[in-house]
Write a protein that binds this ligand. Structure first.
Ligand code: URA
Length: 428
């Protein structure tokens, strides 16, 4: 059967700064998904979009075409309000892990469909797999049972959810067309709208360890995603949060699970607790629950109890010891002073080189590799004081990891003049 459009015309229109019609967008996304147009043609179109941009209507149509390429989830049979959270990805970003159980402890259902880490940013699924027995592949009917019974499930998104995005994202990754607001916004929101929750809070990261290096670009991304969600009937809001320095005191899969349990036991690092609580309040407010004392719920053990029930429901043992790396190396302060830089990208790449992350989708990850952080931005340190402990199963990786980490640490005579703030802005 003859195709409705010629992809060369569509590429030319966008290359020359023109607007694509709803029909052209629906066709091109569908044709690429079913293999009727080639990778080189979609790559050229992505690059044209990267350079020329898309207007609001085109972004809505592109997002809708990616949703329509696959299945959508429907939780209406649960009889519970549902809410979800998405982060644009960062270093040490384990917030989904304490957040899901905390929100579910209020009776709101939290179906979280997560991804794996790629490059220097970690992935929620890799972290959860550090728990002995934990299974991230949960069939839909079992997901419904866990949501009814426990209230939260964190699982791998099935292959059927926005398959067009999977194919296009893989191509963007190898053609330098990832960091583009219309393409990121439509990629994230197609999956989140297809995932079917009633509301969504977005954590848009800003800084060296994030896609968005500056706050204006992050604000534009957040605004675009919030509008896409609300227009599609998913109540959506966003926080802009700092990713110039790692979140919390751990980077790496098993290490971050340990910190999650600390947060759920009322002992977490201040920045992780502040962000978890703020995101939880937003999710609860959008679900009709106002004035919740979420800080107290981290202290009284009720959120920890939901975490343990979720881990058991997904085949894991919440009381089993977490795996520990056989090799460690300490990084110490070279002089007295104030820690004025602990760079998220430098440490993220360092942790990846230690084995915590993967370069290609098929690569395995070391569950135990990563970095423990002993001093945060603004702290006074003395020469010889322990700043970081590096963990790995492959000690030959220390040297390459340190080549990234060392330039990311700065100790100055004067304390930083501005206080480090985890939350930079809120967008409703
Ligand atoms: N995460 C996604 O899912 N898509 C993007 O384009 C970027 C980050």
């Amino acid at each position: 059967m003859a195709e409705k459009f010629d992809v060369v015309d569509i590429i030319r229109t966008k290359r020359d700064g023109g607007e694509l019609s709803p029909e052209e967008i629906a066709w091109v996304v569908d044709a690429y998904t079913r293999g009727a147009i080639g990778d080189e043609q979609m790559a050229a179109l992505n690059m044209s979009i990267f350079i020329r941009g898309m207007n609001r209507r085109e972004i809505v149509d592109w997002t809708r075409a990616m949703i329509d390429s696959g299945d959508t989830m429907d939780f209406s049979a649960l009889g519970k309000v549902t809410t979800d959270k998405h982060s644009t990805g960062g270093v040490g970003d384990k917030l989904s892990l304490p957040l899901g159980p905390l929100v579910a402890s209020y009776g709101v259902a939290v179906p979280m469909l997560s991804g794996r880490g790629l490059g220097h940013t970690g992935g929620t699924l890799d972290k959860l797999e550090a728990i002995p027995g934990f299974n991230v592949d949960v069939p839909n009917d079992r997901m419904m049972d866990i949501l009814k019974d426990v209230g939260v499930v964190i699982a791998a998104a099935g292959a059927g959810l926005a398959p067009a995005d999977k194919k296009i994202y893989a191509l963007r990754d190898i053609t330098s067309t990832v960091d583009c607001v219309p393409l990121i916004a439509s990629s994230i929101m197609s999956k989140k709208i297809a995932a079917g929750a009633d509301s969504l809070v977005l954590d848009v990261k800003v800084g060296s360890g994030a896609f968005m290096k500056d706050v204006d670009a992050a604000r534009e991304l957040a605004r675009t995603m919030v509008d896409l969600g609300n227009d599609a009937g998913v109540r959506t809001c966003a926080l802009l949060t700092d990713m110039s320095t790692p979140l919390g005191r751990t980077i790496g899969n098993s290490l971050e699970i340990r910190e999650t349990v600390d947060v759920l036991s009322g002992n977490g690092p201040a920045d992780v607790v502040e962000l978890t609580c703020e995101l939880a309040r937003k999710m609860l407010e959008m679900s009709g629950i106002h004035d919740a004392d979420v800080e107290e719920r981290l202290k009284d053990g009720r959120a920890l109890d939901v975490w343990k029930r979720m881990v058991r429901a997904q085949g894991g043992d919440p009381d089993a010891p977490l795996p520990v790396a056989p090799h460690t190396h300490e990084v110490v302060a070279e002089r007295d002073g104030y820690l004025t830089k602990l760079d998220a990208l430098a440490l993220g790449v360092g942790s990846w080189r230690l084995g915590a992350g993967r370069a290609r989708k098929e690569d395995p990850v070391q569950l135990t590799a990563g970095i423990e952080i002993h001093a945060g931005i603004g702290e006074k340190v003395t020469r010889g004081q322990k700043l970081l402990t590096l963990h790995t199963e492959t000690p030959e990786k220390f040297e390459r990891a340190l080549e990234s980490i060392n330039p990311g640490i700065e100790i100055s005579d004067a304390a930083p003049t501005t206080e480090h703030k985890p939350i930079l802005d809120r967008i409703d």
